[in-house]
Design a protein around this ligand. Structure first.
Ligand SMILES: [Zn+2]
Length: 82
């Protein structure tokens, strides 16, 4: 049990530093509290600091269905607007 706990601790690494300017690393706005977005659960310390709005956007971008929806949206817009 104790050994397990220790090895778990050794595997943990620090998140990247909170931006010094306290601004979102994606939209560069500094008026919001920043979240840490990571994309690989096996190394959750690898990530970017971003505001809630950007966090939602990047979560959407990383959804496997994103490309299909973007394409369909483009087609549908043209269809509806013609
Ligand atoms: Zn942002």
């Amino acid at each position: 049990m104790r050994k397990h706990h220790l090895s778990g601790k050794l595997l943990r690494k620090a998140k990247r530093d909170y931006p010094l300017n306290e601004k979102c690393e994606l939209c560069h706005k500094g008026n919001r509290k920043l979240d840490y977005h990571h994309w690989d659960d096996s190394k959750p310390w690898v990530g970017v600091w971003c505001c809630l709005k950007c966090h939602r956007m990047v979560e959407a971008v990383e959804n496997p269905g994103f490309g299909v929806i973007v394409e369909r949206y483009g087609e549908l817009k043209r269809e509806v607007d013609s």
